[in-house]
Design a protein around this ligand. Structure first.
Ligand code: BGC
Length: 705
């Protein structure tokens, strides 16, 4: 009898465990193992040997807008690529192209990448990208056209939401994990847009003029990090660099990308961005997208001897090899059930929770107290979800709107009024005012808010001292006229389908905010390093404006600030920004102490261990991002007062303290020497500055190296 009882208990436990294991396994994901470079190279050689000249020429020009052309005779498959900047851009049909084989039932809308950068959490970057990679696999998408990693130089740039902010070190750390996350699923990560593509104002006509030191110290590090993390593809940009379009620029592709950064994979153009086939072929470019436009005369160029068949072989081989590394010739779609979407939505939620930045919280109005009886919600994005546009567009499923999520937290205490009277604003205990911008690829937008929104926020702050402003934007906006009067400000970026849940949790106090700005927000646009980039007598436009773009002359953007971009600029120029880089409040507070270095003598090959203690001295559990900035005290070249070289995010219970260690290498102390084309470590005094933002340095120490 006993035997039976024991046996049935054992069996029930086993089936219970099995049930949960199977639940966890419901995503039928194979652990993707790429083919080695060498093996894929050999395979590419064999296929290339069988290809006709026409097949090679056909391969190096894109097909049906988003495909690499198949070679059915040789069993080489077509490869579909799409954008997934903040979730997979599902294109049911694209200009008569049938995409039925590449349909995802739905795709998760994640918070935008600048919001991901605001989490300062590289591990989350991995999970975010892994989730996107999985959805690509489920849709049969071989190449993800991202991540975008251009730099936040101009707050007006329409694509800032797609990128990771202003600092090269932060961008590099986030991108590195992103690439590993995407490619762990067998989806290719494409580092874009190479290079110095930092405005969308007549983007095909902007000529970025900058020097090599600036390129290496500010604009190349995220690309280098992505390459070192194994990224298989790079997309060149629309702009010119120092007088030549990047997609056909020998210095950019053969020089910077392939020689200096060591990239061996597939290079593709951005869509309609190249004009001269001969230059393109000689530049190191491999694939013209979306079609062979500049490459239409390839046969003639061959006949005239202007290019050689070896050039075409090189291009075709880079395409073949990359596809073989990723086993596109021999793989299945992932099969997913709804658990995948649940997992992805929880990654999206966590990103929003950690990415929303609390900029201001006078007298701790947030989280709202139980005594707050009447909450008035008004403004632009209370009932609709803002999302960045262009190729990054994503629909999402289960989109949660702000009012509904706030109702979940506050029930009948909250009401939404689209256009409240001044009387309604005055009589509420608290006003939540939602403002923002909807940014997009293809154009830049004014730093200042549209007039109607500026009026709305001013009406709120002028008539109710308990106004909490919620900003939904992909970039910095002008807050100067009402910043002092707002009681609290939450910067929520584009939160994706579930971002409003995180926002409501923060307002209600269920989540303690921990986001930190990955950008500096200036008081006035004229304060910023990018000011003056629009040609004289011209103004910003809205919409794609491609006809005008065709007529527009190439215009120069001189990066006169050089390496002094972002906080490096404001500190050098002694310009007080409204909110500094790295800044963000919490509902608790942290103390920093005991800054120490492992040794004051730096051995060139080793690392320097910087340690300190961080303590949560408030009453709530919270996350803090400890930031380490370096200053080179005496140097033969101009260097910034601060350069971010390390950060670490810690989770602390009230009263808990932790010893954290940040490791620095020689490279962290070095600058780029254009003469030797290498990083140069110059001995001398350095100041290690550790704090909770670029402005609030809590502990520092001078060291001699
Ligand atoms: C964008 C790229 C994008 C491509 C394909 C271009 O307009 O600049 O970032 O990947 O379109 O959608």
């Amino acid at each position: 009898m006993y035997k039976y009882i024991i046996l049935s208990i054992v069996l029930s436990i086993a089936s219970f465990i099995l049930y949960f294991q199977m639940k966890g396994q419901s995503i039928k994901k194979e652990q993707f193992q790429p083919l080695s470079y060498k093996q894929a190279d050999g395979k590419a050689d064999s296929v290339l040997a069988l290809m006709t000249q026409d097949e090679k020429i056909a391969l190096i020009g894109g097909d049906r807008s988003f495909f690499i052309r198949p070679i059915p005779r040789l069993n080489f498959p077509e490869v579909y690529m799409t954008d997934a900047t903040q979730g997979v851009h599902t294109r049911e049909k694209f200009k008569d192209i049938d995409l039925t084989n590449y349909q995802l039932e739905k795709s998760t809308a994640f918070p935008c990448p600048i919001s991901l950068a605001a989490t300062w959490n590289p591990e989350l970057s991995y999970r975010y990208a892994e989730a996107i990679g999985e959805e690509c696999r489920a849709g049969g998408i071989g190449i993800l056209l991202g991540p975008g990693m251009n730099s936040y130089r101009i707050s007006q740039c329409g694509r800032n939401f797609e990128y990771f902010g202003e600092d090269p070190f932060l961008r590099a750390r986030m991108v590195s994990e992103y690439v590993k996350g995407v490619q762990s699923t067998g989806t290719i990560a494409t580092l874009k847009h190479f290079v110095a593509n930092n405005t969308d104002y007549y983007r095909r006509k902007s000529n970025s003029i900058l020097d090599e030191r600036t390129l290496h110290e500010i604009y190349l590090p995220p690309f280098k990090a992505g390459i070192d993390a194994g990224a298989q593809a790079v997309m060149t940009s629309y702009n010119l660099l120092n007088g030549e379009w990047c997609g056909q620029n020998d210095y950019v592709i053969n020089g910077l990308l392939r020689t200096q950064l060591g990239f061996r994979g597939l290079v593709m153009t951005d869509w309609w961005s190249v004009y001269d086939g001969e230059k393109l072929i000689k530049s190191g470019q491999d694939l013209e997208m979306p079609f062979a436009v500049a490459l239409k005369d390839t046969r003639q160029l061959l006949q005239e001897g202007k290019i050689k068949i070896e050039d075409i072989n090189r291009m075709a081989k880079n395409i073949l090899r990359t596809c073989f590394i990723m086993k596109f010739d021999n793989r299945n779609k992932y099969v997913f059930d709804n658990t995948m979407y649940e997992n992805h939505e929880s990654v999206a939620l966590q990103t929003a929770r950690e990415g929303i930045v609390l900029l201001k919280n006078e007298k701790n109005i947030l989280p709202l107290q139980k005594e707050t009886k009447t909450i008035l919600l008004t403004g632009e994005y209370a009932e609709k979800i803002a999302v960045g546009g262009g190729s990054a567009a994503v629909k999402g499923f289960n989109n949660r709107i702000m009012f509904d999520e706030l109702k979940q937290e506050f029930g009948t205490r909250i009401t939404y009024v689209k256009n409240p009277t001044l009387g309604q604003i005055k009589s509420a205990d608290v006003v939540l005012c939602s403002i923002g911008t909807e940014d997009s690829e293809g154009w830049d937008r004014l730093f200042a808010l549209p007039d109607d929104q500026e009026k709305k926020v001013e009406d709120c702050v002028n008539n109710n001292p308990n106004t909490v402003v919620i900003v939904t934007s992909g970039s910095g906006i002008r807050m100067t006229d009402w910043n002092n009067k707002a009681r609290a400000i939450l910067y929520a970026w584009y939160g994706g389908q579930i971002g409003n849940k995180a926002l409501a949790e923060i307002i209600a106090g269920k989540t303690n905010p921990s986001g930190k700005l990955p950008i500096t927000i200036e008081k006035e646009f004229k304060d910023s390093p990018g000011y003056g980039y629009i040609p004289k007598n011209e103004t910003l436009y809205q919409g794609w404006n491609e006809k005008e773009e065709k007529k527009h002359l190439v215009y120069d953007i001189h990066y006169t600030e050089g390496i002094f971009v972002g906080y490096r600029w404001y500190e050098k120029k002694n310009i007080e920004p409204l909110y500094p880089f790295g800044y963000g409040l919490s509902y608790t507070s942290f103390e920093y102490s005991d800054l120490a270095v492992g040794t004051d003598i730096f051995h060139e090959q080793g690392t320097l261990k910087v340690s300190l203690t961080v303590k949560n001295v408030g009453t709530r559990k919270g996350l803090e991002t400890v930031q380490l900035y370096l200053q080179d005290v005496e140097c033969t070249v101009p260097r910034p007062l601060k350069e971010l070289k390390g950060f670490i995010k810690v989770d602390l219970e009230p009263g808990q303290s932790r010893n954290v260690v940040i490791e620095l290498t020689t490279k962290d102390f070095s600058f780029w020497n254009p003469k030797t084309k290498d990083w140069f470590f110059e001995k001398g005094s350095f100041i290690l500055q550790v704090g909770s933002s670029s402005k609030e340095i809590k502990v520092q120490k001078q060291i001699e190296l």
